[in-house]
Design a protein around this ligand. Sequence first.
Ligand code: NAD
Length: 257
Amino acid sequence: MTLKGKTAVVTGSNSGIGLGIVKALAAAGADVVLNSFTDRDEDHALAESIAKEHGVTARYIAADMSKGDDCRALVAKAGACDILVNNAGIQHVAPIDEFPVDKWNAIIAINLSSAFHTTAVALPMMRKAGWGRVVNISSAHGLTASPFKSAYIAAKHGIVGLSKTTALETAGQGITCNAICPGYVLTPLVEAQIPDQMKTHNMGREEVIKKVMLERQPSREFATVEQLGGTTVFLCSDAAAQITGTTISVDGGWTAM
Ligand code: NAD
């Protein structure tokens, strides 16, 4: 599988799942554009290290995915966008009647509206090239709900709907759009929560992972960023050319229950 000659833009990719996806796409030969809202030396150094490791072009472009103009500018500055991965996301947990309005607005902007803006700029580029892949990172929470995560769940269900509409508007044009729905993924952020959870529940690492954190994930195993990267590369392959407008769950059986 080679993605040589393709340019991939991955939003929110200086850590976690986004970074895992960037690495997998670069390993498959794609030139990559990394993004987050920060503009630190280490962000640019990360892109340089990926370029060196995989022999591809890797750039870091700072853009705040809570701002529509920044989202559009990211894709425009990339100059080419054969593969667009809308991954940037944040979370806030509170009951609906206490949910801070600014948090609601930020989650809808970053987790949902950003994908509308980036896709709007990317599709004309993809149509011109006669080939394109849009991969939206939704969640098991794009298909099911939990209490206290109203904004996140609304946004993640929303991105599944946006993926379907994007697929219909691009069908037969060499372009596909799908949503990946991960369950619990072991990212640095999740890893950092383990010691606190161990203390709170007075349990060892394995027990807290299996009984508390992965309570809803029947495999009782985290998905990994490498698996999310592999799923994204698959969606970019010829084998996936007729897979469009659908969701792929990477959730250890969560949504089977
Ligand atoms: P993470 O916090 O490690 O990564 C989020 C990325 O988004 C970071 O690179 C961060 O810098 C970036 N980001 C945040 N706000 C931004 C903004 N305003 N502008 C640009 N970039 C911004 O978290 P993650 O777990 O890797 O999450 C990545 C995606 O996967 C999110 O959409 C998340 O909802 C989804 N997801 C995660 C899990 C999980 O268990 N970790 C499960 C399902 C879905």
